[in-house]
Design a protein around this ligand. Structure first.
Ligand code: MRU
Length: 342
């Protein structure tokens, strides 16, 4: 399985997701600022992977800070990492977790604080893989045998520490012996589906076809798709789901055609402080991601562009939310807090 991110003696090593699959290149981030740039520039992306990167970013930042001023530098490190991408709540969840641990160690020798932060970041990484396996186990039974699964964006090993959330469900269904094939939405403009989902599923030998985003309705109507499974960047208390731009259209088309629409995500993607998806901040990305493909202009110079990276799917389109603790169904205001133990 592909190594998305790793803590090493040299720094935080990430596979560069901006150049896959044409190039398999690894980037080593040697300080927290480089980790922040890697998150912002989407060298690493996907909500859980962003969380792991942020945890490692805090740990590497404190390794290098002035022992006499580590408390103030921790604030700068956390603020810098928090300013990278606004939508995926796992970023803030991981930063909070690391910060709380560091503050609980105030008064201890700096060597101990540093060692404990590395341990914690590695724990966030290891837990994420275990969580994804549990999500897969909880979701595998929901995937109809002998049909295609439609997925949007990349919620796979590359978007997590490993195994994936939505792709974890697909992997678990395949491991359970089901005959599963996949339609991967291309996912304009960053092409996470065509470049990343297709790449990792092909490596696993899972039958995968890429479709452009505007083909999804056609295949949903044709009865070729047994269910849709996608990941999430943030889920509000009422079950509204922020995920990659285009997810909402897929969800509406799935409901119109009677196809179940599942969201696979860890509990750390829940933001129970938000009563609805309308409160989820949506990241706007650079216009060049839309006007250019691999540096080649595909639109006239100077044209206006909108590039929201995510959209919100209202809970009425969501058949179930598959987490490591079980599957939540409507009414989500009740089922999500129950699963989260809150
Ligand atoms: O902009 P990205 O590539 O970070 O967006 C990723 C997604 O929307 C994923 O579906 C989501 O983060 C879940 S990843 C398990």
């Amino acid at each position: 399985m592909v190594e998305t991110i790793q803590w090493t003696a040299d720094g935080v090593v990430m596979i560069d997701q901006t150049v896959l699959p044409r190039e398999t290149k690894f980037v080593t981030c040697r300080d927290y600022k480089e980790v922040a740039v890697a998150i912002k520039d989407m060298i690493i992306r996907g909500a859980p992977a962003i969380g792991v990167a942020a945890a490692m970013g805090v740990a590497i930042g404190v390794q290098k800070c002035d022992p006499a001023a580590w408390r103030a530098e921790l604030e700068t490190i956390c603020d810098t990492l928090a300013r990278t991408r606004p939508t995926a709540v796992n970023l803030f969840w991981a930063i909070d977790r690391m910060k709380r641990l560091a503050l609980s160690l105030e008064g201890k020798p700096i060597e101990e604080i540093r060692a404990r932060l590395i341990e914690e970041a590695v724990r966030v990484y290891e837990e994420d893989i275990a969580i994804n396996k549990a999500i897969g186990a909880n979701g595998a039974g929901l995937v109809p045998d002998g049909k295609r699964v439609l997925t949007h964006c990349n919620a796979g090993a590359l978007a997590t520490a490993g195994y994936g959330t939505a792709l974890g469900v697909i992997r678990a269904a395949v491991e359970a012996g089901k005959q599963i094939a996949v339609y991967a939405d291309e996912t304009r403009p960053f092409l996470q589906g065509a470049r990343l989902t297709a790449w990792e599923l092909q490596q696993d030998g899972i039958d995968t076809k890429i479709i452009t985003d505007n083909m999804a309705g056609h295949f949903l109507r044709a009865g070729k798709i047994g269910c849709v499974v996608v990941g999430a960047d943030r889920i509000a208390r009422n079950g509204d789901v922020a995920n990659k731009i285009g997810t909402y259209s897929v969800a509406v088309l799935a409901k119109e055609n009677g196809v179940p629409f599942y969201v696979a995500a860890p509990i750390s993607t829940l933001d129970l402080t938000l009563t609805s998806g309308e409160q989820i901040p949506i990241e706007e990305r650079p216009a060049a991601e839309v006007t250019h493909v691999f540096g080649v202009a595909v639109a006239p110079d100077g044209i206006g562009v909108e590039n929201p990276a995510f959209d919100v799917t209202p809970n009425r389109y969501v058949t179930g939310i598959i987490t490591e603790k079980g599957v939540a169904t409507a009414p989500y205001e009740e089922s999500l807090p129950r699963l989260a133990g809150m």
